[in-house]
Write a protein that binds this ligand. Structure first.
Ligand code: HEM
Length: 318
């Protein structure tokens, strides 16, 4: 009896370790003790020369993790014989910061040769960006490895035209619940969006928008499509565009969400109370945000001997 239950315990332990190799915050402590400080100083420098870069780096980690897991695939540039994710609709002429990641990777390679993955650099750079813009810090689990290809499932990224139900489905597919989804959307407290992504909302397509807010956005976002106005930028958080705070949620309370997919979070639906909570309590928001960032960073990582440690983040090792 005793030995039978011991045996089944052993089997259980073996199964558990086979199913999920765990990330660990101490992963580079002996193999590359200077990795985290090297990343942090490079991110801090990039954000102080251009605040928006902090937003762009946070978004890169999101676009990495939602497409086939946090495996650095978003960083792979197209070549003559390879088509990656960067030309797909949610990314094309929109994601930024790949050059900053390449530069960080060069600095990290100089201190530890082929040890730190690009996927981990993205996760740490996202955290350091939030901190550089005045937001909360958290401990980043590490040990992700880099993909050797990109399958291009960019359709898993939610569109700015999404309904609440579509957003919930997109996040739930990644094992993120509705609270995670509302908290992660709070990353839109920083950064900017192009006119083509909110045009319909400010020209009568949505009724749940503050009229004065819509009019003020029209000045820099022409109604006619196809011209250079398509890429005119507006801050995702008009109130404090470069501060990582909870004003995103206060904007939603006054119908000043920039994207359709922002305002659906506060539109007489099931997420209204979560938005109210995050608007009134900065600590409720930061607690939920940091928890959700760790969960997002855990989406299907490559670990152990899977994948590779790229030498250059924009291409697979030759
Ligand atoms: C909820 C579903 C989401 C949708 C539909 C969405 C959509 C978008 C769109 C359309 C833009 C503007 C892109 C452009 O105009 O070039 C944007 C920007 C941004 N998104 Fe999201 N997003 C979502 C969730 C997230 C999440 C989960 C994060 C990170 C945790 C995030 C972080 C950002 C940041 C920081 C920017 C500004 C980037 C910059 O200025 O370079 N977004 N998002």
């Amino acid at each position: 009896m005793a030995s039978a239950s011991f045996l089944s315990l052993l089997v259980l332990v073996a199964m558990a370790s086979a199913v999920s190799a765990q990330l660990s915050s101490t992963f580079y402590d002996t193999s590359c003790p200077n990795a985290l400080s090297t990343i942090k100083s490079a991110v801090t420098a990039a954000v102080s020369s251009e605040a928006r870069m902090g937003a762009s780096l946070v978004r890169l980690h999101f676009h990495d993790c939602f497409v086939d897991g946090c495996d650095g695939s978003v960083l792979l540039a197209d070549t003559g014989s390879f088509v990656g994710e960067q030309g797909a609709i949610p990314n094309n002429a929109s994601i930024r910061g790949m050059d900053v990641i390449d530069n960080i990777k060069t600095q990290v390679e100089a201190v530890c040769k082929q040890t730190v993955s690009c996927a981990d650099i993205l996760a740490v750079a996202a955290r350091d960006s939030v901190v550089a813009l005045g937001g909360p810090s958290w401990t980043v689990p590490l040990g992700r490895r880099d993909s050797t290809s990109a399958t291009g499932n960019t359709g898993d990224l939610p569109a700015p035209t999404s309904s609440l139900a579509q957003l919930q489905a997109a996040f739930s597919k990644k094992n993120l619940d509705t609270t995670d989804m509302v908290a992660l959307s709070g990353a839109h407290t920083i950064g900017q969006a192009q006119c083509k992504n909110f045009r319909s909302r400010i020209y009568g397509g949505d009724t749940n928008i503050n009229a004065a807010f819509a009019t003020s956005l029209q000045a820099n976002c022409p109604q006619a499509t196809g011209g250079s106005g398509d890429s005119s930028l507006a801050p995702l958080d008009t109130k404090t565009p470069n501060a990582f705070d909870n004003s995103y949620y206060n904007n939603l309370l006054s119908q000043k969400g920039l994207l359709h997919s922002d305002q659906v979070l506060f539109n007489n639906g099931t997420t209204d109370n979560t938005v109210r909570n995050f608007a009134s309590s900065a600590s409720a928001f930061t607690g939920a945000f940091t928890t959700a960032m760790i969960k997002m960073g855990n989406i299907s990582p490559l670990t152990g001997t899977q994948g590779q440690i790229r030498l250059s983040c924009s291409k697979v090792n030759s």
